[in-house]
Design a protein around this ligand. Structure first.
Ligand SMILES: NC(=O)C1=CN([C@@H]2O[C@H](COP(=O)(O)OP(=O)(O)OC[C@H]3O[C@@H](n4cnc5c(N)ncnc54)[C@H](O)[C@@H]3O)[C@@H](O)[C@H]2O)C=CC1
Ligand SMILES: O=C(O)[C@@H]1CCC=N1
Length: 267
């Protein structure tokens, strides 16, 4: 089986590396293509995969085509791909918003899997939601899921709406966590800690809290109660967040990403 990854950016390269390390595929079964000459040059230097500049040289050989370009580059790409595809090939798209129907119509193929990964895939801790079109067989889907799982965990969702929704939670979510980390690091700096100490204080706090959560059945609310003493420091911080409606603002932000994914799908 041969896989072609189109778009060697943050996500495409991550998947190419992870898949090439998997038992299912060998290095030489992962092909990668990018339109940027600089990217091609640096990929060829490392020669980790078979690197391509022209679709004609790689697309016809691929069983699975992993599309990892930005949504606004998709139309151009689809037009170039269409004449080179055959009905047996499976397209896996990780592009935010772009729907299965759009991909099927633009590419003239029926077997499409739409997926939404996230950046922690780079360290094997990704979360990918996915949904296949009806034409993808169970065996084919198993193969696809095994490949997606090379970057972490995956969940199959029951409708495309959940792909857009998961974009607002897990796809864009790492940036919300980094937003929180950035604010806490800025507060630590303001309190007089060095940049390095601020980083350690914040990163170890996040790592420890997530580990506690993962190793128990307790909800975040219950854990908050364990940290907060009556009349203590944590309650002062949580009250401040509550008074400023931070909870609602975070939900609003997640919905803004969800809505944007739906909007991208209509363009
Ligand atoms: N960055 C993230 O955290 C996540 C991104 N995504 C989705 O993944 C996709 C890729 O995002 P990134 O990897 O962050 O983008 P990126 O900008 O890092 O990579 C995109 C790559 O595609 C290449 N490219 C553009 N047009 C091309 C074409 N016609 N043929 C071949 N290569 C082409 C660019 O040169 C670039 O190397 C997007 O559609 C995004 O919605 C999904 C989940 C998370
Ligand atoms: O910001 C974006 O559009 C992409 C999709 C999810 C994460 N990054």
């Amino acid at each position: 089986m041969k896989v072609l990854v189109i778009g060697a950016g943050n996500m495409g390269l991550t998947y190419a590396k992870a898949m090439s390390r998997s038992k299912q595929l060998k290095k030489r079964n992962v092909m990668i293509l990018d339109s940027s000459p600089e990217k091609i040059l640096s990929l060829k230097k490392n020669s980790q995969f078979d690197v391509f500049e022209n679709l004609e040289d790689c697309l016809p050989q691929a069983d699975l085509v992993f599309i990892a370009v930005k949504p606004y580059h998709s139309n151009d790409l689809f037009t170039k791909m269409r004449p080179l595809l055959n009905k047996g090939q499976i397209a896996i798209s990780i592009m935010a918003g772009v729907t299965i129907k759009t991909i099927q119509n633009a590419l003239g193929i029926e077997k499409v899997v739409r997926a939404m990964p996230n950046l922690p895939a780079q360290v094997g801790k990704g979360l990918t939601s996915f949904i296949p079109s009806g034409e993808v067989s169970r065996i084919e889907l198993l193969t696809v899921q095994n490949l997606l799982d090379t970057t972490g965990k995956s969940i199959r969702v029951s409708s495309e709406n959940y792909i857009d929704a998961s974009t607002g939670i897990s796809g864009s979510g790492p940036a919300y966590v980094f937003y929180f980390m950035q604010s806490m690091m800025e507060a630590a700096l303001k309190m007089g800690f060095s940049a390095n100490d601020s980083k350690v204080l914040v990163s170890q706090t996040f790592e420890g809290a997530v580990e506690l959560f993962n190793q128990s059945d307790l909800s975040p609310l219950s854990w908050m109660d364990k940290v907060a003493s009556k009349g203590g420091t944590t309650r002062a911080a949580l009250d401040s967040m509550e008074n400023n409606n931070v909870d609602e603002l975070i939900k609003e932000a997640a919905y803004a990403a969800f809505d944007r994914a739906v909007e991208l799908g209509k363009q």
